[in-house]
Design a protein around this ligand. Structure first.
Ligand code: ASP
Length: 435
């Protein structure tokens, strides 16, 4: 019998996870099995992340022979990240302003949801917090110890190191350059091969990860927060199904449907793991083998994107902060909304690609608009399910950035398309050597 394609296997596992989480959610043996299967799968993915990020970045950037053009890649990547991130946040803002999930019958929903807004507590928790915390994100860009950063999963620091290492590999004299480049590309190939083995277990891992979430969350948690979930999910859907496809079509001139198809295993992995870092092996694999993006581009755009470009997270941070502010009855004037938008954009850069990482950023935003950290408690019940959705959007956003950079660089064969007219692909060092 021929097995269905991996994305179908994962999709079937998701349906089974919902059903079994619902029916078997209180059977201890089932939960023990889920815990085991989920952890094994997640660990398998996570163990690859550090060597994969480093080898992809060093191999990718180190292979660029025209290093002055690294700047061009960088600028395009950043412009895309900031542009789509801002649109995502504004979409979230719009939905929350339209649906007012934090207001019930014209009154703040806080007391209904068990919140008591104690002003004394509010002031205390805000004290001493502010822009300084945001600067911490910038400080994290330069890790004190690169091995400690790798061991503690501080990906932002690792990306800086990988970028610098890759850049100076590209500047090495010919002989040394070849040795370094071949070494890191070898590591990368090995990591991708291991990733394929781990991904073969994705269906069972997904079942183990998702079933307990369904068992724990249940529908009762959704009811009081239903409007908040509706606002977040419709904003995420707008960004993923309308905004980004328009960008792909208009700027990249590729078929969004083909791109969705190419990325489906990675999107399902992101949805099931709630971790864009853990999904990185699958995202890289899909972009290279299914979408046809060369490694010198995936290696540059993706590892940075997985850490910096988090459209779904930025959108969620904004929507959650607005919702909590509404529930507390805080007047949401224009300056407050502007503060939330800016804070969401800045903090989303520092949010790690792991489950529930945005909660920390949301706490930061709350303090910057004068609300107590306890407000975060309001959204905890539904956070995991919304995390699954926003992580899929994060990964999709990164993949769109990669496609766009590849198209603008004149690469041929991306998603089966001919190169855009008048654009020349960047040479890589191996082509130079062959000459
Ligand atoms: N789980 C998200 C990610 O991995 C981060 C977050 O929004 O919590 O991309």
């Amino acid at each position: 019998m021929k097995w269905p394609a991996l994305h179908w296997q994962i999709a079937i596992a998701l349906v089974l996870a919902v059903a079994s989480g619902w029916w078997l959610g209180d059977v201890p043996a089932f939960l023990t099995f889920c815990d085991f299967a989920g952890k094994m799968f997640l660990n398998g993915l996570k163990m690859l992340v550090v060597p994969l990020v480093l080898s992809a970045m060093i191999g990718g950037i180190g292979n660029l022979s025209e290093s002055s053009k690294i700047g061009r890649y960088g600028l395009r990547t950043l412009a895309f990240y900031l542009g789509t991130g801002t649109i995502a946040i504004l979409t979230g803002l719009l939905m929350v302003n339209l649906l007012h999930p934090g207001i019930v019958d014209g009154k703040p929903a806080g007391p209904l949801l068990g919140l008591d807004a104690d002003t004394g507590k509010v002031m205390e928790s805000v004290k001493g917090k502010g822009a300084g915390d945001m600067l911490a994100v910038v400080v994290r860009l330069v890790p004190e110890n690169v091995f400690a950063a790798a061991a503690s999963g501080d990906m932002l620091g690792l990306v800086t190191f990988g970028f610098l290492f890759g850049y100076f590999v590209s500047r090495l004299p010919k002989e040394l350059h070849k040795t370094q480049r071949d070494f890191w590309q070898g590591i990368y190939e090995i990591m991708i091969s291991i990733a394929k083995v781990v991904m073969a277990f994705a269906p069972i891992g997904v079942l183990g990860l998702v079933a307990p979430i369904i068992a724990k969350t249940g529908w009762s948690a959704f009811r009081p927060l239903a409007w908040f979930c509706v606002a977040v999910i419709s904003a995420l859907a707008t960004h993923m199904l309308i905004t980004l496809p328009i960008v792909l079509r208009v700027i990249g001139r590729v078929s969004p449907i083909r791109h969705f198809r190419a990325m489906s295993p990675a999107l399902l992995t992101a949805f099931s793991t709630s971790s864009s870092a853990a999904s990185l092996p699958s995202t890289l694999g899909c972009l290279e083998t299914r979408a046809g993006v060369p490694r010198r581009i995936t290696g540059f755009v993706l590892p940075i994107g997985a850490n910096v470009n988090t459209d779904g997270t930025a959108l969620y941070e904004c929507a959650a902060a607005m919702f909590i502010a509404q529930a507390y009855g805080l007047p949401l004037d224009l300056p407050t909304q502007f503060t939330i938008v800016l804070a969401a954009l800045l903090t989303s850069i520092g949010v790690a690609g792991i489950p529930s990482a945005s909660l920390v950023a949301i706490a930061l935003i709350l303090t910057s608009i004068g609300l107590p950290l306890e407000g975060v408690g309001l959204i905890l019940a539904v956070d995991r399910v919304l995390d699954m959705c926003r992580t899929a959007v994060n990964v999709f956003g990164d993949s769109c950035a990669t496609i766009l950079v590849a198209r603008l660089e004149g690469e041929d064969g991306i998603l089966g398309e001919k190169a855009l007219p008048g654009r020349q692909p960047l040479r890589d060092a191996s082509q130079d050597e062959a000459r």
